[in-house]
Design a protein around this ligand. Structure first.
Ligand SMILES: Cc1ncc(COP(=O)(O)O)c(C=O)c1O
Length: 334
């Protein structure tokens, strides 16, 4: 197969059955492996869709600048699309970004602005506010605003949803993904629920995120917020891309359990996936007792594990976090 540019290789990612890691789970479990996208994450889909929509509506003109606040994956995908289309790309990120992600963004030509990871959302130094102010200052800038830009979830409604529906031949009964902007789960979930309203959509959330409590009580509680290690799981704001009515349940998982699951996945099923993918596996672990052999579960593995080699796949980092202590649990010792 021949493609005219790398952008044509976005999407149509494989759905792969999980085996050893789900041996004890009474259901058929598949993973939608978004690490197969050229930018190694699901964010390629939204980056292309949001930029092309801004071009069509005249909000982004030739030679313009794309600005966004991103934990890394969306930034890389935006930078990739900008490189091909000839736009400048300015990204604000939090200081919890992994060093490899930072280098990847710079390799793709993005200008990266580091912001403190503990800044509250309304703090002018937070990565959201910084992106907003840069978009106002830079002439010809277009603020992508992935949390509130509805082309984020639309991209998944138009691509990830139909792909999973076809790949499972409509047999899907549970969709589990990690939720941050909500775009992946709400876009994909909306398409799937339109075909089959009783499919359960389960959002994986982090301790330190406001999402689960907001879903259950309607209350945005700043007391829920504290800093944690996972990227792409949970939020300290309520993004506009969330349609909370679509989601049946939010399940919180810990940094440690999710990191250990990502490592176990590589060893058991040979899939090197990102931190949030381990989080969805841990989420599955926590809901497994309600599953039956008739259930067909799809986990969205949002990113490739190579993006986290200095974090969850580093024994040193895992030991520093207190996630592994015993030498026999370390990867190098296996
Ligand atoms: C690695 C990773 N997993 C999952 C997500 C969550 O996807 P979404 O923002 O569409 O909810 C993101 C995005 O923030 C991510 O970068």
């Amino acid at each position: 197969m021949v493609f005219n540019s790398i952008l044509e290789t976005i999407g149509k990612t494989p759905l792969v059955r999980l085996n050893k890691i789900v041996e004890h789970i009474p259901a058929t479990v598949y993973a939608k492996i978004e690490g197969f996208n050229p930018g190694l994450s699901a964010k390629d889909r939204i980056a292309l869709h949001m930029i092309e929509h801004a071009e069509r509506t005249g909000q982004l003109q030739p030679g313009g600048t794309v600005v966004d606040a991103t934990s890394g994956n969306t930034g890389f995908s935006l930078a990739m699309v900008c490189a091909i289309k000839g736009y400048k790309c300015v990204l604000t990120v939090t200081s919890k970004i992994s060093e490899d992600k930072l280098n990847n963004l710079r390799a793709m030509g993005a200008e990266v602005v580091l912001c403190p990871k503990d800044a509250k959302p309304n703090d002018p130094e937070s990565y959201y506010r910084k992106a907003e102010s840069l978009a106002k200052e830079i002439p010809g800038a277009y603020y992508i605003n992935q949390n509130y830009n509805m082309d984020n979830s639309a991209a998944h409604y138009l691509s990830t949803g139909p792909e999973i529906w076809e790949q499972t031949q409509g047999k899907i009964s549970y969709l589990i993904g990690s939720a941050s902007t909500g775009g992946t789960l709400c876009g994909t979930g909306r398409y799937i629920k339109e075909q089959k309203p009783h499919v359960n959509i389960i959002a994986t959330d982090a301790y330190g995120s406001v999402l689960k409590k907001y879903h259950e009580t309607g209350v945005y509680d700043p007391n829920e917020i504290y800093s944690y290690q996972m990227e792409g799981v949970g939020k300290n704001i309520i993004p506009g891309n969330f349609n909370f009515d679509l989601i049946n349940e939010f399940v919180k998982v810990t940094d440690k359990d999710s990191a250990l699951k990502s490592r176990e996945l590589a060893l058991s099923d040979g899939i090197l996936a990102g931190y949030s993918s381990g989080a969805t596996l841990q989420c599955l672990e926590q809901i497994k007792d309600r599953l039956t052999p008739e259930d067909v579960v799809v986990l969205i593995f949002a990113s490739h594990g190579t993006k986290y080699v200095t974090k969850i796949f580093s024994d040193k980092w895992m030991q520093q976090q207190g996630f592994i202590q015993e030498p026999e649990m370390a990867l190098s010792g296996e």
